[in-house]
Design a protein around this ligand. Sequence first.
Ligand code: AP5
Length: 211
Amino acid sequence: MSEPKILILGAPGAGKGTQSDRIAETFDVEHVTTGDALRANKEMDIGYLDLKYDTPGEYMDRGELVPDEVVNEIVKTALDDADGYVLDGYPRNLDQAEYLDEITDLDVVLYLEVSEEELLQRLTGRRVDPETGENYHVEFDMPDDEDVRERLVQREDDTEDVARERIRVYEDNTAPVVERYEESGELVRIDGERPPDGVWEDVRATIEEAS
Ligand code: AP5
């Protein structure tokens, strides 16, 4: 396998973004993330689709899924442009999983397992540097630079109420996607409830084995 096509699954806060950054750098593939793509287009006018809300941001700030019509298009364009990739944040329901089957073949499907208590602690403690997009955590991982510390912000969907709703939406919509890949024999479970370096050892070994 020259340029691996990797899917990374996991609940909100499981560490998909953290591990995907390392995968992209080490295996020289694109990091395709629907969350970042949608955050960059939160105010995009989707009123012409005549859906519940007129912008992606209105779904995201409530912890709801952005409609498939919007997200499928973003993913198709990104995958068409990439030889190898790590796909993070998609598919989030069974319809999206079927669509993904139609547009690409996967080499590796990773699933980061983390308990709900730990997910909530990670999400509510996450802080983002608005200048670089880098993620930090108020307890586990704060920047040394005081200027950076002072400019950190909390994502609008990382408040406790919205984080709980995101986990509920995940259980309803995305847990069946995990089952689907388990049943097809593609899923590799990884214990995500360890420090990032420990998780990374297993992630890297799994991808190397499949290569
Ligand atoms: P998205 O941005 O994809 O959010 P998410 O899936 O909820 O994932 P997160 O980014 O919150 O978590 P992560 O697993 O990447 O963890 P991270 O590495 O950052 O989606 C946001 C919204 O967009 C959705 O709610 C929805 O509205 C919309 N959307 C996106 N995709 C969509 C789709 N396909 N269809 C419809 N709507 C869609 O880590 C979290 C924190 O934990 C950080 O602070 C990090 O420093 C820390 N951390 C990470 N790993 C560890 C570790 N091992 N130990 C300790 N701390 C750790």
